[in-house]
Design a protein around this ligand. Structure first.
Ligand code: FAD
Length: 475
């Protein structure tokens, strides 16, 4: 009797304990992906993540097909779909990897119970080995990053990643057509920039990591803050969809260190960023409503000033602050934004525009290919000042100085805000400072070809501090 491998956000063949357990049973294999839009256990994907999912499933389907193994696609509540697939394939085993969150674990428990009750002859391999994180979020509790990461690194050395097992082809049963799931946009097709930027799937993930280790990591410790340079890994969507595991990344970086291909400072800094991902999952584990509720309750009384026009200007990259607009347009075009700029745009929305962080979090959720149920809300709360170990609210980024410091020649702004490209460096982050002659030469007419700033920095800063003053005493 065949084995069914139920794939979730572990869309890969290597370092996949469920696939390995099923393959090692010697049974012929059937892969299964269930699109469960009933929301059991997980947040419905945003548009950019749905695009990614389609690409990732296609890549997995072809990787499995090379061994003759089908990937069956079905839509519906997981419990019903899985029982049906087990019956149709006559399976004797079902295997899946544990997921990190309590709600997902509860959803998996109900599948286990139903299979055990209705199909008692089907063995269940839902392994104990967790590959989506480096640690078990139930085992550590940390509200401050540095001691959290210290505790973890003291224990760390994830087990060596598993190789791709030998696969035997199983029976092909009815499958939905991926196109019928409408995960990808048709008209309008807004995904051109995503296609130009990314190769979803395990092979794409491996080549991102390889090219990062082949030069990108050099100087990471300092240059990771520069959006105009290519010194970050861009692995986030691959990690999000489980096309690569943090353990694989960890071991590959250790090898690069051992062979002298990476410097200690760069490798340690890079691995500590993986630590922030762990930290976010830890917070989500202990605060399942992290996308909805302030971690610091005093922020419940924060006097947000919801304003759709301001929110829309921010979403569209039309705030009049070039670094903010470049970031928002990078997000729209490529489904990703550099970390430094994420911090700047998030701070701008929450502090300069006094919009609730949840509105920004929701926009990111819909537009990021790496939109992550832990890292996204945790980072928004961090920037807004209401999170765990958060940046203090009164630390308000000056978008002009941030631009000048981290995009010193304006190359990043020129790339994403081409209508400013002709301005001299001294004015690229504050076009209103350019002389009329410079503006004319660059073809820039403020309020016409490019917006005038929607808020004035110093006024906005003072207004934000006053708003914070209203809740400060509730500390
Ligand atoms: P690298 O610098 O190469 O880092 C390697 C990996 O470490 C990343 O792929 C990511 O998995 C992890 N990582 C790095 N920085 C962080 C961080 N601050 N928090 C958590 N994990 C981190 N990251 C997401 O993966 N999904 C999100 O939805 C997300 N939303 C964010 C929202 C805001 C407002 C901010 C400020 C940050 C957010 N981040 C999010 C964190 C971070 O910006 C991205 O992980 C990073 O930019 C991804 O690029 P990279 O893979 O090149 O990172």
């Amino acid at each position: 009797a065949p084995a069914v491998v139920w794939f979730r956000f572990d869309l890969r063949l290597s370092d996949n304990p469920a696939l390995t357990a099923a393959a090692n049973s010697g049974r012929p294999l059937v892969g299964l992906y269930v699109l469960d839009e009933t929301g059991h256990g997980s947040r419905p994907l945003g548009a950019a993540a749905r695009w990614w999912l389609a690409g990732s499933l296609r890549a997995l389907q072809s990787a499995l097909a090379r061994a003759g193994v089908p990937l069956i696609l079905r839509r519906g509540p997981a419990t019903a779909v899985i029982s049906a697939v087990l019956r149709e394939t006559g399976a004797g085993l079902i295997a899946w990897n544990p997921r990190p969150m309590p709600a997902e674990q509860a959803a998996d428990d109900s599948v286990r119970d139903i299979v055990a009750a209705a199909l008692p002859h089907v063995a269940i391999a839902d392994g104990q080995r967790r590959t989506c994180l480096l640690h078990d979020p139930a085992a550590v509790r940390g509200r401050v990053f540095t001691p959290f990461w210290k505790t973890l690194t003291a224990k760390l050395a994830p087990p060596p990643p598993l190789p791709v097992p030998r696969l035997r082809a199983g029976p092909r049963i009815d499958s939905d057509r991926l196109a019928d799931w409408r995960l990808e946009p048709t008209a309008p097709d807004w995904a051109g920039g995503l296609r130009d930027t990314w190769t979803p799937g395990e092979a794409g993930a491996a080549s991102r990591l390889a090219s990062f280790l082949d030069g990108g990591i050099e100087g990471y410790a300092t240059l990771r803050d520069r959006p105009d340079l290519a010194h970050v890994s861009m692995l986030s969507p691959h990690l999000r969809f489980g096309e690569i595991t943090p353990g694989q990344v960890w071991h590959t970086v250790q090898m690069a260190l051992a062979s002298g291909r990476a410097a200690t400072a760069d490798a340690e800094k890079f691995l500590s960023e993986l630590g922030w991902r762990e930290f976010a999952y830890n917070l989500l584990h202990h605060h399942p409503d992290i996308a909805a509720a302030n971690l610091q309750a005093r922020f419940d009384a924060f006097p947000w000033q919801p304003d759709d026009a301001l929110l829309r200007a921010w979403q569209r990259g039309a705030t009049g602050y070039p670094i903010v607009d470049a970031g928002m347009r990078q997000l729209w075009r490529t489904g990703w934004m550099h970390n430094r700029v994420r911090m700047v745009v998030a701070s701008f929305l929450v502090k300069h525009l006094l919009q609730d962080w949840r509105a920004g979090e929701a926009w990111f959720w819909d537009t990021l290919v790496d939109a992550d149920p832990a890292s996204n809300p945790a980072s928004w709360q961090w920037v807004a000042g209401c999170g765990a170990d958060a940046a203090p609210y009164f630390r308000i980024f000056n978008p002009i100085l941030q631009g000048e410091r981290f995009d010193p020649d304006g190359a990043y702004v020129r790339r994403f805000v081409p209508e400013l490209a002709g301005l001299p460096n001294a004015a690229i982050h504050q076009p209103w400072r350019a002389t009329p002659v410079e503006r004319a030469a660059a073809g820039v007419r403020l309020g016409d070809t490019y917006p005038a700033p929607i808020v004035e920095h110093t006024r906005a800063r003072n207004r934000a501090l006053a708003a914070f003053g209203e809740i400060k005493s509730n500390a």
